[in-house]
Design a protein around this ligand. Structure first.
Ligand SMILES: Cc1cc2nc3c(=O)[nH]c(=O)nc-3n(C[C@H](O)[C@H](O)[C@H](O)COP(=O)(O)OP(=O)(O)OC[C@H]3O[C@@H](n4cnc5c(N)ncnc54)[C@H](O)[C@@H]3O)c2cc1C
Length: 318
């Protein structure tokens, strides 16, 4: 049997899982999923709070599924189970702890360099999302504060005084979760939460009304200091407050370095330039899911990208 894969999929999130499942369903035999984490769906595992409601129609984006993956509303846990089952039932070859370093076209095929060796493939899908590189503030975070600065809910303890920074659904959901056991403040630099869905907004208003969350709009931060191991937050309005922990939920950005290394053309914002089938300037090299979007993204959108990519690969193969 040839060692050349029909398809190597890089990144085991919804788009990558959609890619391998659609590929198998459409007759591609030799397909592998390479994921840098120790399991699939690292964005869902690390950035969704436990028991989070997972909406199929997310932030008003397309919720019509075009392919074979019948994803439905659920919770973080049922969504992870659903993707587990897809990989198991499809007998998908998936390699974890396998960070891909680069993709290079050599002749007709691609060489995919990973921490675990080289894979050769006729087609490659890059679906590495944006959350591997969460946005950081533009002021410097003192190194000595690293263990009390987060970009998700990992390592938070009960009873801490916590500041959540951000104005999107993730920031609001983090604050709602944390306020059950912590003294929680949510700070956002603008004057309204324009991007937050109605359910989250209602819950936030209710919790603010009963004093469980302090909401600070028009609060931008100019810097942080270490005050005896705690975080002194210096706001641009001159106020200073001390917290046990600060959590930034200010989105994620395109892993530009990776795309650049692969030779993929990008726009001036670092987003990959692709055609209507998500194929890049390099024939046979596709980019799908969050990483290819200027803003937003959802599970259904990612699954639909995967469907369009596989359809294109099959068409070009015929
Ligand atoms: C807090 C939060 C709540 C959300 N809630 C919802 C919701 O309710 N409903 C909804 O539809 N959407 C929701 N979303 C959006 C949804 O999670 C994303 O749109 C979706 O996960 C995008 O899928 P993806 O496959 O493009 O990328 P990701 O899910 O980000 O997956 C990328 C994968 O690639 C892996 N990877 C990265 N670099 C490499 C590398 N070099 N080599 C190998 N693997 C790599 C990562 O570890 C990761 O597992 C939410 C997002 C967040 C952050």
């Amino acid at each position: 049997m040839s060692n050349i894969y029909d398809l190597v999929v890089i990144g085991g999130g919804p788009c990558g899982i959609g890619g391998v499942v659609e590929a198998k369903a459409n007759g591609l035999q030799k397909v592998v999923l390479l994921e840098k984490g120790d399991n699939h769906s690292q964005t869902i595992r690390k950035f969704y709070k436990d028991n989070k409601r997972v909406d199929k129609e997310y932030k008003g984006q397309d919720s019509t599924i075009h392919g074979v993956v019948a994803f439905e509303d659920g919770t973080k846990e049922t969504t992870l189970d659903f993707f587990d089952k897809l990989l198991d039932d499809g007998k998908i070859e998936a390699v974890f702890n396998c960070e891909v370093e680069s993709v290079k076209k050599v002749g007709e095929n691609f060489e995919v360099a990973t921490a675990k060796g080289l894979y050769t493939a006729k087609n490659v899908m890059i679906t590495i999302g944006k959350m591997g590189k969460p946005n950081k503030p533009d002021y410097k975070i003192p190194l000595s504060l690293n263990n009390v600065i987060n970009f998700n809910l990992n390592n938070c303890s009960k009873g801490e005084k916590i500041l959540v920074v951000g104005g999107g659904n993730s920031a609001v959901e983090y604050a709602i979760e944390l306020c059950q056991y912590n003294d929680t403040t949510l700070a956002y630099r603008r004057d309204t939460f324009a991007r937050v869905n109605d359910t989250n907004l209602e819950a936030l208003n209710e919790l603010e009304k009963i004093g469980k969350i302090k909401v600070r709009l028009n609060h931008d931060i100019s810097g942080l200091d270490n005050e005896s191991g705690k975080v002194k937050v210096i706001y641009t309005n001159g106020k200073e407050r001390v917290y046990d922990r600060v959590i930034y939920a200010i989105g994620g950005s395109s892993p530009v370095d990776f795309l650049q290394k692969c030779g993929i053309n990008m726009d001036d914002k670092g987003n990959a330039i692709v055609d209507e089938n998500y194929e890049s300037n390099i024939k046979g090299l596709y980019v799908g899911g969050d990483i290819v979007l200027k803003n937003g993204g959802s599970i259904v959108v990612a699954l639909n990208h995967a469907h369009a990519i596989i359809k294109d690969i099959i068409k070009k193969r015929a």
